[in-house]
Design a protein around this ligand. Structure first.
Ligand SMILES: *Cc1c(COP(=O)(O)O)cnc(C)c1O
Length: 393
């Protein structure tokens, strides 16, 4: 069956007692057992039954199983934010004295997690240019715990060559952990491209309307120790499991993901082409444009659709602020892949606490606006962008 069908029709582990068709929200903490032996078996994983909602909940399990069916992963674990999923994956993969080979081009909090929080526990960050395969190869050594990368970075819009990087990492016995937030897992096959563990913020494409926070670890099973630590150590000891309410909303989101993605990516491609014609937009950065340096690699890895995120560059930071302030339809907000079109100036917000010198290393420019294209009618979005730029023409 095709993914659209699987997303909607993955069966429940146990049929709901009332035969509820949409997934029920099990808004409870404890689960009762018929006898002491069954209870002991559940707690010691000899039988599959939830016992306490910090580590298992049927509503969340259903979302995990749908994602498992869609990705072919061995294990899927849902968390209460994308950062929780990334944090748990990295805590499972690494330990004191090890290093993480990664890039300057990371989501701001992920970069801070790796360069600030984890360094306090003796984990060394190795920030490398991941588009330079020789640099990747020489950064990896005996103490490398993992290579961590984003499949499509923002706001730089850099695409990692997953096959090439994973081939290098695997030769040295090192797992590749990839943040796939920017491209839905229904559009790509990261396992085939050599990714060992996928992490993502389900807050974005999955929740869709920006309804709920969530994150997933999608584990392809090639480094079994990572999943063991996630499921039987960190989930218990850190307690960042997804809530049933978030799982419910994200399950609904997953059911409509394909149509939303096709519409939003279609809108984004059309807009990127239109924005090229506007004189005071200095640059349009979208991997769906044929002359984008990452276009061919993106098509090879993610298929013909290029996602709903693009950036534009204006003359200055001041021009960016004037543009944002004049928007009437497009919302000044952070989030990606909301149903609404959103605009943000990353350098002064998401990356606002980084120094100029760091921003330069990260290629986060004062002239860049990031747009997340929504489900609105495409010409309405374009007209708003045009009117917001008009006085600057
Ligand atoms: C939003 C985002 C995150 C963090 O996800 P939250 O759900 O906000 O915690 C991590 N990585 C990328 C690429 C993101 O866009």
């Amino acid at each position: 069956m095709k993914k659209q069908t699987i997303a909607i029709n993955t069966p429940y582990t146990r049929k709901d007692v009332y035969g509820a068709l949409a997934v029920p929200i099990y808004n409870n903490v404890a689960f009762e057992f018929d006898d002491a032996q069954e209870m002991a078996d559940a707690f010691c994983n000899r039988i599959k039954a939830p016992d306490y909602a910090r580590v298992e909940n049927p509503t969340v399990t259903n979302l995990e199983q749908r994602v498992k069916a869609l990705t072919g992963a061995e294990h899927v674990t849902a968390f209460n934010s994308g950062m929780a999923a990334i944090g748990n994956a990295l805590l499972a993969a690494t330990e004191q004295g090890k290093n993480i080979v990664t890039s300057h081009h990371l989501f701001g909090n992920t970069l801070a997690l790796i360069t600030t929080t984890l360094t306090r526990f003796g984990v060394e960050p190795r920030l490398t240019d991941l588009t330079n395969l020789e640099a990747v190869e020489s950064a990896i050594d005996e103490q490398t715990a993992c290579v961590f990368l984003e499949v499509l970075t923002n706001p730089q819009m850099e695409v990692a060559d997953l096959k090439a990087i994973s081939t290098i990492a695997h030769k040295k016995g090192v797992p590749v952990i990839a943040d796939s937030t920017a491209i839905p897992f229904t559009e790509t096959n990261l396992k085939e491209l050599g990714v060992d563990v996928e992490v993502l913020s389900s807050t974005k494409y999955l929740s869709g309307g920006g309804t709920s926070l969530g994150g997933l670890i999608v584990d392809y099973g090639s480094f079994p120790e990572i999943n063991k630590r996630v499921k039987y150590e960190l989930l218990f000891n850190l307690g960042a499991y997804m809530t049933p309410q978030a799982a419910y909303m994200q399950t609904l989101g997953l059911e409509t993901l394909d149509v939303r993605y096709q519409r939003q990516a279609g809108n984004a491609l059309w807009l990127a082409q239109e924005l090229l014609e506007i004189p005071n937009i200095k640059r349009v950065n979208y991997i769906g444009l044929a002359d984008n340096p990452f276009h061919k690699l993106a098509v090879r890895q993610f298929g013909p659709t290029a996602g709903a995120m693009l950036t534009i560059d204006l003359a200055s930071k001041e021009a960016c602020f004037r543009f944002l302030n004049r928007l009437k339809l497009v919302h000044r907000a952070t989030n990606l892949f909301d149903s609404r079109t959103l605009a943000i100036h990353p350098a002064s917000t998401i990356f606002g606490n980084f120094k100029d010198e760091q921003l330069e290393q990260m290629d986060v420019r004062q002239t860049t606006i990031r747009l997340s294209i929504g489900l609105e009618y495409k010409e309405d979005i374009l007209n708003d962008i045009k009117q917001a730029l008009k006085d600057d023409l």
